[in-house]
Design a protein around this ligand. Sequence first.
Ligand code: NAD
Ligand code: WQD
Length: 393
Amino acid sequence: MSTGTILVTGGTGYIGSFTALALLEAGFKVVIADNLYNSSKEVLNRIELICGRKPDFYDVDVTDEAAFDKVFAAHPDIDSVIHFAALKYNGTLPLQLYSNDPLRYCARLAYLSIQAVGESTEVPLEYYRTNVYGTICLLRSMTRHNVTKIVFSSSATVYGDATRFPNMIPIPEECPIGPTNPYGRTKATVEMVITDHIEAQRNKAEKEGKSGEEWNAAILRYFNPAGSHPSGIMGEDPQGVPYNLLPLLGHVAVGKREKLLVYGDDYASSDGTAIRDYIHVLDLAAGHLIALNHLRSKHPGVRAWNLGTGKGSTVYHMIKAFSNAVGRDLPYDVVGRRTGDVLDLTANPTRANQELGWKAERTLEDACEDLWRWVKNNPQGYRQDPPDFLLEA
Ligand code: NAD
Ligand code: WQD
């Protein structure tokens, strides 16, 4: 059993909620700070249904440094932060909302009209404010409260088009970064902000005659998260129209969308469609736990790790895999390439395998089956109760 209290920003979101669950299952106490911009508090109940324990929750905007101060003051036992809270859309504006709850729909429209948050190329300042300034607020507050360890959600998107280095596919951490959109640049900037801050804190401690080795950061560059909890009780529930391939396939499977649009079949891949490294969200959550424990025991300073499977799959392969899980062929049309898409984003996960002892264990088929169980039984996501048979299982 692990002990300690971990602050999870963005902990009601997709990857954050699965990591909160993994932390609780490992014996940690979890405190979540999230402003529910892209998530729902219902996930806290689902976490409790699965593991019998519930995280503490604070409605905090990451740009509110004083609010972080209050959370740290209320939980002096927090010694580490896992920082997920961010805006994350490269692409299509998530403003075409749907909801069965008119009140929630109106509240969200009003909120969005104030926040004007959409895709990072359209509202880059909102992305820099939340992702970069929000992280600075967090780090300042952490420092005041002597919280010295941070695990940061970075992204494969920092590599940009890695095919410009043909000998670097699959992509190792040494691949030069080169993000191609504002979202990616916020992630690359935060990597540098965290690196500089940890180094400054270590130097400061050294000047004061202390070791400073308690200051550590893990930069986790995720590839394409996929899947849901095998129970069918927890999954991805984005508040707007999904942007990513698998949630969109889920919408096709339950009839919310007529067909999938395949963005380009003229790539230099085996079947012409683009290649990605889809990693089960449970493996991703496990990676956070392992990285956190590594920071606590090995004091590596700042280190980046890819979290991916090392296996690339094309869009057609994914359509086939998810169709198999659903039990019928899902319709699609081929359209032109999506702006900003690249041919191949496949991880070389050797560094995480060797240094962290972490390896993705679940298959693409697991991810598709778990996703289908979630989507089929919760077509309204967290806006409906899970069916009784799932709770009894
Ligand atoms: P998500 O949108 O489900 O979770 C992000 C959470 O942050 C949400 O709960 C949202 O409400 C919260 N949030 C947003 N703005 C906030 C603010 N101003 N203050 C407080 N909370 C705020 O996204 P996710 O897929 O779980 O991604 C989690 C992290 O992983 C993000 O940092 C994202 O950039 C990164 N990431 C995601 C992917 C992916 O494909 N999902 C891939 C690589 C990296
Ligand atoms: C996967 C493949 C599309 C939708 C995104 C972000 C990245 C990271 C992970 C946060 C691509 C194709 C998709 C559709 C399609 N997120 N596709 N039709 O673009 O690899 O990565 O999520 O850090 O920053 O960009 O993921 O799921 O959107 O697309 O053909 O309707 O599926 O072209 O090849 P992507 P994705």
